[in-house]
Design a protein around this ligand. Sequence first.
Ligand code: PLP
Length: 393
Amino acid sequence: MTTVYLDNNATTQVAPEVLEAMLPYFHDYYGNPSSMHSFGGQVAQKIRAAREQVAALLNASPDEIIFTSCGTESDNAAIRSALATNPDKRHIVTSRVEHPAVKSLYANLATQGYRVTELPVDKNGILDMEQLVGSLTPDTAVVSLMWANNETGVLFPVEKAAALAQERGILFHTDAVQAMGKIPIDMSKNTIHMLSLSGHKLHAPKGIGVLYVRKGTKFAPFLIGGHQEKGRRGGTENTPSIVGLGKACELAARHLDRENTSVKRLRDKLETALLARVPKCRVNGDTDQRLPNTTNISFEFVEGEGILLLMNEYGICASSGSACTSGSLQPSHVLRAMGVPFTMAHGSIRFSLSIYNTEAEIDFVIEKLPPIIERLRGMSPYWTSLNQACATV
Ligand code: PLP
């Protein structure tokens, strides 16, 4: 059975070119980039080149790029640095729909006496900028808002939000883990102070991330150790993954147009066909201000987990909008924040595409999914009684 992988917001396949670029750094060029000898020096040179490739995708300076172990570390490092460099301030502004990489950190910080304002979103997942302005106080140390939502793909106007923070002298961080490589990001055109990235969302391996820190921004390191990354992140560099991320950024710059043409076209084809063929389903999140690769669709009166299991029988991979935590099926905090009704939130599926998906794969899903929903609804007493009631009216 072949795999139809439509779960690229969870993780992506490593691009063949990325793997090829990485391989020599496991075996042939294994020197420590901090060593004095030229065997290590050639590795340091390759890390410099990778830093330039990452900076180029962001239109940033290589000095502004710090390699980390993942998006979660970058998020933690950014927020903790903002608090450490503003020790008199105890207030954080964020949104209700952030990824657990920051959400859980805030929960932890709240127990240490920090005040956290989680801004609401509307039914389309859009942020109210007036509420953002109203939330900023002289005690605010940092505003942190995600660029693109991992579940719905909805984009926040982070550049505008950063400008509002800048006017008030407040640090601004964005979690751009899902945005990077899918939409253009130009750091010369905004006032964002810190930005988090993760390699495995753009066809580099897992376990490599980046924190962008704008020149002139005070920074307190999260991992204190050796002098690596100019003392901003201790720990011997993960050379193969850094080289891979550099290559992935170079490829992403070349493929940005494809994200907005072929990937978007396939996403739209899938979405339009499912909405047309399956009754009582709808798209969650704004359909304009959205990543080109993501669609989050709710199928009423079915469980997302049931859909995933039956799609799995055909090798189709996607994600559901509920988290099976502590024995209870809680609908996602993102859909709850958007006020998606319970019966809709439970049956939500996120499809996230990449440049490696094909038209034939999308046609396959369009063929297989509607009967799956019909079959599951056939087992739902509520759906059956609803249909009987409709038939007798
Ligand atoms: N932020 C967002 C929006 C994400 O989607 C993810 C991963 O899914 C992360 C942060 C965490 O990144 P990582 O898996 O590299 O720690």
